[in-house]
Design a protein around this ligand. Structure first.
Ligand code: 9MR
Ligand code: 9MR
Ligand code: ZN
Length: 559
């Protein structure tokens, strides 16, 4: 679908219609889930004249009226937009915004707990992704579920030629497919552990209604344990970590318990091994207060694989020639850095700190150069599974432990603030407040959510609200303030995706898709998203994207 240009008589400017079908009378794009009472509230108007108003639904009273600012021009496309700012409206309630020149109105809520239910929904979606057990859930009156699947995982043929199986049951399916990939487990669970460490108190007060509710672990950690238990099965006897458990070709669109293709361990990789170290080290310290024995097991597993890697300093990509499924193959420097950071944070042992700091200096020599001491160390504003360096940097920066090199700490701090500042201005300049600006690639919606890790870290250092407000921009964008005027999460908000590339949703015979899943998003262009099951490039769902959204929402559970 190409944007349609409208020439509105009397407005005097050429206005651009949306990427969506709602183009005819212009469009209002806003966070269709809602806004926090005290924080900024903006909508993007396309094809509007200027005046807009907000009606309180309870009594149909106009509670706010103003004129949208603009037009502002999208630097890349030349398209023009107006920005309706209704930040001053702070009374909790249910509302609808309408604008002159645009037919229809757009609903939203204002509430301090407006992101609690979305948080529960997208976190429960991780549970619904569980492999190896039957799962079920209800959403908007529809029951979703599948039977116990993949109880035979997995075959050893491709890891050393030994015939037979070794148990690797459990974990989460990766995405719309049912395979299980260690590197993406790192990206997903790593971000969720960070959510736990940053916002655990508040997370703990949001019930998830998981089978483990009421047990000795907080539910959120119980969900993570489902993944970590599986991850532990990916460690070979020598400490190498197999790259994935997968079919040889992607399976058909059937329910998981009916996918009966053989599934194999794939050969080890150093990136997967390092991600395993980082995750099991994080698990060790997050589980320690609740289950010391399990924490001990995780730490021992981390040490074993770390020692294995120390003997093999070079990048070792996985040999995936037998497989035509997801690769998740990228060099291991970021993974090794992350592994050292987490082992240090969990143990306090100097060996790991030294390893982390020398890697940091070697990759980014600035702080060792006396002339440029305290120069910024790059912190990425735009990152995904192939570059998990930020997870290590954030752990290092947040640490309460002593012994860090102050020049490196300063370098990371200034790099972080520079990255966060860049994100803030990118969001401010973007017509739809998109903190990733005009970068569109596979899974970019996940990155938009993931940017909030950097923003929240900057907020923690400075207490400056603009970092949190840019994190809210990310949420607003994903929940409807985008070129489609649609929420990108299944079962949530306005006009959400109905046809994600998700085998369960395609195969269960139910009309609505499985709820709580963030779709990958448009690429290569802003208008390339299609709500089409066949379009796995823009409309798949994946654990690393949902995990990032879990983090984004966890930051705003009580405002
Ligand atoms: O369903 C697969 C999806 O999970 C992957 O992300 C995607 C890219 O690796 O591939 C999908 O599988 C497609 C395959 O690559 C080509 N034939 C059609 C498959 C979709 O049904
Ligand atoms: O998220 C992955 C994206 O960064 C890659 O560009 C893409 C192609 O390699 O693969 C994506 O991951 C898919 C994985 O390979 C298989 N399961 C579904 C994942 C999401 O589409
Ligand atoms: Zn399964």
């Amino acid at each position: 679908m190409k944007p349609v240009r409208l020439a509105l008589a009397g407005v005097g400017i050429s206005l651009i219609a949306s990427f969506s079908d709602a183009a005819e009378g212009g469009r209002i794009s806003l966070d269709s889930v809602g806004y926090l009472p005290a924080r900024p509230k903006k909508a993007t108007l396309v094809g509007a004249a200027g005046p807009f108003s907000v009606v309180r639904l309870r009594d149909r009273t106009v509670v706010f009226a103003s004129t949208a600012a603009g037009p502002i021009t999208d630097r890349d496309t030349g398209d023009q937009f107006l920005i309706a700012d209704f930040s001053a409206l702070s009374e909790p309630g249910e509302y609808a915004l309408s604008a002159d020149g645009v037919s229809g109105q757009s609903r939203f809520d204002i509430r301090a707990d407006v992101y609690v239910e979305p948080f529960q929904l997208v976190t429960r979606a991780m549970y619904l992704w569980r492999c190896g057990m039957a799962v079920e859930g209800e959403h908007q009156g529809v029951r979703f579920g599948h039977g116990a699947c993949h109880r035979d995982d997995a075959l050893l043929d491709h890891v050393g030629g030994r015939p037979g199986r070794r148990p690797s049951v459990g974990g989460w399916h990766d995405a719309g497919d049912y395979n299980k990939y260690v590197v993406n487990a790192g990206a997903a669970a790593g971000v969720m552990f960070r959510a736990w460490e940053d916002f655990g108190d508040r997370i703990q007060r949001a019930p998830l209604d998981l089978p483990e509710a009421g047990g000795k672990l907080p539910e959120f950690l119980a969900e993570l344990k489902w993944e970590i238990d599986w991850l532990l099965t990916m460690q070979a006897d020598d400490g190498a970590v197999w790259h994935k458990v997968s079919t040889l070709e992607f399976g058909p669109f059937v329910m998981p318990e009916r996918e009966n293709l053989p599934r194999y361990f794939a050969p080890w990789s150093s990136a997967a091994t390092a991600d395993f170290v980082a995750l099991t080290a994080m698990a060790a310290r997050c589980f320690a207060p609740f289950d010391g024995r399990y924490a001990g097991e995780c730490l021992q597993a981390a040490r074993t694989s770390y020692a294995f890697l120390e003997q093999r300093p070079r990048n070792h990509p996985p040999d995936l020639r037998a497989f035509n499924t997801g690769g998740y193959d990228s060099p291991d420097a970021d993974d090794r850095l992350w592994a050292a950071a987490e082992l240090w944070e969990s143990t306090g042992e100097n060996e790991f700190l030294t390893a982390f700091e020398s890697r940091l200096s070697a990759d980014f020599p600035t702080p060792n150069n006396r002339d440029r001491a305290n120069g910024p160390i790059t912190v990425d504003a735009d990152w995904d599974w192939s570059n998990l360096r930020n997870l290590g940097l954030l752990t290092y920066l947040n640490s309460k432990r002593s012994g860090r090199d102050p020049a490196l700490v300063d370098g990371v701090r200034s790099g972080l603030l520079a990255a966060a500042e860049g994100i803030v201005s990118t969001a401010a300049e973007h017509p739809y407040g998109r903190p990733l600006g005009d970068r569109y690639y596979w899974g970019c919606n996940g990155t938009v959510a993931r940017q909030t890790l950097v923003l929240q870290a900057a907020y923690r250092l400075t207490s400056e609200q603009r970092y949190r407000d840019a994190a809210l921009d990310a949420i607003h964008h994903l929940f409807g303030r985008n070129g489609y005027g649609r929420c990108f999460v299944t079962g949530l908000g306005a006009n959400p995706p109905l046809h994600p590339h998700d085998r369960r949703s395609g195969a269960d015979g139910l009309a609505p898709p499985w709820p709580g899943y963030l779709v990958g998003g448009p690429h290569p262009h802003a208008d390339s998203w299609q709500d089409d099951q066949d379009d796995y490039r823009t409309n798949e769902v994946a654990i690393n994207w949902n995990a990032a959204l879990i983090y984004a929402l966890a930051g705003f559970l009580d405002d």
